[in-house]
Ligand binder design. Sequence first.
Ligand SMILES: [Ca+2]
Ligand SMILES: [Ca+2]
Length: 507
Amino acid sequence: MEFDLGANYDLTAAHIWNFNAAGFTGRGVKDVKILVSSSTSGVFTYLTDKVFTQATGAADLPAQVVPLIGATNVRRVRFEILTAWSGQLNEYVGLSEVRFQGSAPAITVAGTNLGPIPDSDPGGRDIHFNVNAAPGVAVKSVSVQFTLNPSHSISSDLKIILYSPDGASAWIYGDNYGGYTALAGPYTFNDSGAATLDQVASGYPNGTVVPSGSYKAGESLTPGSRSVSLDLTFGGKAANGIWKLQFIDQVAYGFPNTVGTVSDARLSITTNEVIVAGTNLGPIPDSDPAGREILFNVTGAPGVVKTVSTQFTFNPAHAWMSDLRIQLISPNGTSAWIYLPSAGLSSDLLGPYTIADTGTASLQTASTGLGDGATLASGTYRAANGATLVSLNLSFAGDSPNGIWKLRFADVVAPDTTSVSQASLTLTTASPGKPTIAYQTNGSKVFNLTAADSSASYLLQGSDNLSTWIPLQTFTTSGTGAASITDSTARGPRYFYRAVPVVTPGL
Ligand SMILES: [Ca+2]
Ligand SMILES: [Ca+2]
């Protein structure tokens, strides 16, 4: 049995619903060998052997969550079914449903317009990388790689610059010491490199080839090699568009091979999305408002929160869903209701349910009209406080993404019970920008923002106490991440402004 995921993903788990026709659960899959492939037609490699749990024939069975370790950059998954639960050799065999859980790996794009670098020509050669990710996806980190074949024999003759689609640039390589080493590669440039290519090249005698490897990006305009952070230069910018890697050959020498040919180039981008699996899964104590807190530990995410969604699954289904209250709490203590009932409902919750601003109905609205014992279908729903929809993005926009997030489940009515069997938190982040305020002689104030994300929308908020923030107006930034907003409203003697990145329905 093969699954084509439609794109490449780093998988963390498979959710398995085994064959579940009452009286025929022996046709369910028992022993299975799992293999993966990174392309639509390439070879499969062995990943793991698993035993899928036999279904019982009862309705509303939860999925079995099968961890997948080492399943990176997967396009296709193959289940080689070895046995059925009946043990019969010629059994019919099947599954009810399969879902895969994971995240998008780095976006890697091969360069086009490869070829020779024109000698002594400031126009140079531009290698193009056409990045076509999901709309609104912003850059978290950047890595670029190239190979010169034939090699370039006079290293000090070259300079190499990377441009993002909005025109921002970073030096990849430049020479500071007049090197006569040769460049061939492949050379990879990213923030985890230890030294610039120029620093390493200076340690090699003239005429030798600088070894391939991983380097920091660096520039040459000032004495001494200086490194450049590609992540700080390009972080938060829109990923989509044409990136350019420019090779400029500065001098014509009377030697062969002083030009070089770009024979291969790749750009690799990771995005600003963070997906964290919940810990402290388990039973929700019955008739106990303290409840159970699922924990999400977010570390190392750049910028501030832009979008928030969460997913969870119950096992077994919880009858009388209106026993439950569900709340998401950020590391700084800000909270938002996912589900706070304002109507009694006897239908069941099972999941997985994704709660996101992209959903339409709340859990309560979607369950209204379901009968006693019916189960709300898995899908994407809105957070809500009673009958009022809650924007998770707006609730947490501008907060720090890092720290322990909590998803609090309380079951306040006996006797029906359940456990939380799976939960995850997904955040995207954006630069908060750098604000300054200019006071005008007419009493109005101009809020200037720079170094914000060109791909994000922002909401200007005001406060007279630094704890309650009032929405003033939404705005977008220019291609360079700058904006200027005038507030003409008379304010009290102490008034504060901030801008938070927002993606909100209706805004
Ligand atoms: Ca040259
Ligand atoms: Ca209960």
